[in-house]
Design a protein around this ligand. Structure first.
Ligand code: ZN
Length: 245
């Protein structure tokens, strides 16, 4: 019944060129910033794109271009928030939660520190996660290369996702198992077998056949009440091994 949390990491990277002829229209993390816009098929929100890519990476779902091709007119000037909402739905579908996003914005200009709080709020709202799960750091490229020349904005980030453990169910099971053990001192708890916690009879004082059948009935009733078929299957295989012994 107890399943360890499953954790996945994803790397996000994106870069867009700054349209130096434009006066404003920059969007970063869904927040409008009065600065030259970025060139792209959609709204070119480089932060949101990199977040999507890291989530797709962690979920082994290819990349953003696969889901939202820049040849599709549907995504022309699209609000990249839509891409994040798509990711959020995929996370939900697969049972994952975002533990944290660590985002690095690399740009010579504009200075974005005063927009960081707004970006964090917007990203956490879009993903329906806590503000504290989103970290945004900003740095320049020390005037080196094309980022240093102010030709573009680059994002590097890591996302950390998890499928939470079933610890609540596991603790409930442990309490029930402990109560049963008070009445049946021969019961022995088997833990972490195939990721499941189960109890069974110590067969020293009973014939193997009796112990196995009693074990079956106790486990089946517990497992049935908790409706965990996967664990039921693993316990049945343990039982049949014991029976063979
Ligand atoms: Zn992009």
């Amino acid at each position: 019944l107890y399943r360890m949390p499953i954790t996945n990491y994803g790397i996000g990277y994106d870069i867009h060129q700054i349209d130096k002829n434009s006066k404003n229209g920059l969007k970063l993390g869904g927040i409008k910033i009065p600065f030259s816009k970025l060139i792209g098929h959609s709204d070119a929100d480089v932060v949101l794109h990199a977040i999507c890519d890291s989530i797709f990476g962690a979920l082994s779902m290819r990349d953003i271009g696969y889901h939202f091709p820049n040849t599709d007119k549907k995504w022309k000037n699209a609000d990249s928030s839509k891409f994040i909402i798509y990711c959020r739905n995929k996370l939900k579908e697969k049972g994952y939660s975002v533990i944290n996003l660590d985002i690095n914005i690399i740009a010579e200009k504009p200075k974005i520190n005063k927009y960081v709080s707004k970006m964090i709020k917007n990203i956490s709202t879009l993903l329906q996660i806590k503000n504290s799960s989103v970290s945004i750091k900003a740095t320049t490229n020390e005037k080196i290369g094309f980022i240093g020349n102010g030709e573009g904005i680059e994002i590097k980030l890591q996302s950390f996702l998890s499928i939470p453990s079933t610890s609540q169910k596991a603790s409930l099971f442990t309490i029930v198992a402990d109560i049963i053990r008070i009445f049946f001192p021969d019961l022995k708890r088997y833990s972490s077998v195939n990721g499941a916690t189960s109890i069974g009879l110590n067969s020293n004082r009973l014939s193997p056949r009796t112990s196995v059948s009693t074990m079956f009935s106790i486990q089946l009733s517990l497992l049935y009440s908790l409706r965990n078929l996967e664990t039921l299957h693993s316990c049945l295989s343990i039982n049949s091994n014991l029976f063979a012994n």
